[in-house]
Design a protein around this ligand. Structure first.
Ligand code: DGL
Length: 259
């Protein structure tokens, strides 16, 4: 194993940075390449076939070019649709990101759980299966919140977050879930970037859960015992629009490239 072989983190945009933050906590010395398919953003509004083709194709190209030791699909939409297919075609370990329904079911006291995700994620059989396995005795209310993806991208760029986008997403879920809602699964890696805004909008009675810390632990487990050496600064690659370097510097990403 080449000690400088990176861990590849992949998302449609900047959402995967919430997973990178957790990964830095458990593996501060690991070399990382962050890749975002910003030419394909948002995935949540695309068909299953489009998402599967983009994700499998791009991960193939990225793996060929950067020779990662492991790839993490830091995107619920891409994972719930294409994880199996990507695992079939790539020879490296692939870690996916799936909605944190299991911990939410353990946390809720009222039994009413909300799930905020993209339109593509909330309709997946993968989510049906997680619900059947871990929350069959709970009420899981799914709500698509594409406006939060746009808001999170804007926030990362240092732009103003549109309060109407936050309140529309929150009101849409609250209206359908009712007053018993006490736990919300942030089933899109973009959404923890809006934790402050969402906490304010939902109020003190609602707790949030996302999968980032669990994914980071899984990656750390899979590379345990391997030599890890950052022989060059970590960086980010984009298929389309590239955020300003200063927005990515806090995540330990030194520069950006286009692929
Ligand atoms: N960050 C992605 C997710 O976790 C999706 C954002 C998008 O491209 O719609 O679902």
């Amino acid at each position: 194993m080449d000690a400088s072989a990176p861990i590849l983190l992949f998302d449609s945009g900047v959402g995967g940075l919430t997973v990178l933050t957790r990964l830095r906590e458990v593996l501060p010395g690991a070399p990382v390449i962050y890749a975002a398919d910003t030419a394909g953003l948002p995935y949540g509004e695309k068909t299953e076939a489009e998402i599967a083709a983009r994700v499998a194709g791009l991960l193939g190209v990225l793996t060929e070019r950067y020779k990662p030791r492991l790839a993490c699909i830091a995107c619920n939409t891409a994972s719930t649709i294409a994880l199996g297919m990507v695992r079939d075609v790539l020879a490296i370990p692939i870690v996916g990101t799936v909605p944190a329904i299991k911990p939410a079911a353990a946390m809720t006291r009222t039994g009413t759980i909300g799930l905020l995700g993209t339109g593509a994620t909330i309709r997946q059989a993968y989510v049906d299966n997680l619900e059947a396995e871990f929350a069959a005795d709970k009420r899981l209310v799914r709500h698509a919140a594409p406006g939060l993806v746009t808001a999170a991208e804007a926030k990362l760029r240092g732009e103003r977050v549109d309060p109407a986008a936050i309140s529309a997403a929150v009101a849409g879920l609250v209206e359908r879930a009712g007053p018993d809602l006490d736990t919300v699964v942030l089933a899109c890696t973009h959404f923890p970037l809006l934790a402050d805004e969402l906490t304010k909008a939902f109020g003190p009675g609602v707790r949030f859960v996302d999968g980032a810390a669990g994914i980071a632990r899984r990656v750390a487990h899979l590379v345990a015992g391997q030599p890890l050496e950052r022989s060059r600064p970590d960086f980010a690659v984009f298929t389309g629009p590239v955020p300003a370097a200063e927005c990515l510097a806090p995540y330990g990403l030194d520069h950006t490239e286009r692929i």
